[in-house]
Design a protein. Structure first.
Length: 164
């Protein structure tokens, strides 16, 4: 390659869903808010650009409230064509495996997710680093099985505290 690309940031993450309304409610419970419904159909040029035949879709763009930088997901329920296969059987497949979201309070979020009946991939864990305890995280599934992760960065000790 002759030079670096001019990429300046992330625009959105597309998540295909089997039921837009159900998934919208789920992602709203995580703090996302709908700000734009996508057109149900589009031009032949748009279809060709994404490698699809003419299509019909129900979906929208959702922004995570108070995220800095902004985080946008594009929830799409493909009406035609449609494929009901689950996203993946395991997290070691090729390609994008999960979407990690930052949290300030993993324990509070675990309680909320549990009350929503969310399926967890496994129990929360902490990553150990050479510098000491690292972030805590938990992986869970959206209504269609897409794996999401909550990550709580390790809290720094207060200046002057005796952290033995």
């Amino acid at each position: 390659m002759s030079g670096a690309l001019q990429i300046s940031g992330l625009v959105h993450v597309n998540i295909n869903v089997s039921d837009f309304d159900r998934s919208r409610r789920f992602y709203e419970a995580l703090g996302f808010r709908l700000f734009w419904m996508v057109p149900p159909t589009n031009s032949p040029q748009v279809s060709a650009a994404v490698g699809m035949p003419p299509y019909e879709v129900k979906g929208g763009l959702m922004r995570l409230e108070n995220a800095d930088p902004p985080l946008v997901i594009d929830l799409l329920e493909w009406l035609s064509p449609s494929d009901g296969d689950p996203p993946y059987r395991h997290l070691y497949h090729l390609g994008i495996a999960r979407i990690a979201l930052a949290t300030r309070d993993l324990d509070a979020d675990l309680s909320t997710l549990t009350s929503l009946g969310v399926e967890f991939v496994g129990p929360p864990a902490r990553v150990d680093t050479p510098q000491g305890p690292g972030p805590r995280f938990v992986c869970f599934k959206d209504p269609d099985g897409t794996v999401l992760e909550l990550v709580e960065m390790a809290r720094a000790e207060a200046p002057g505290s005796d952290a033995r």
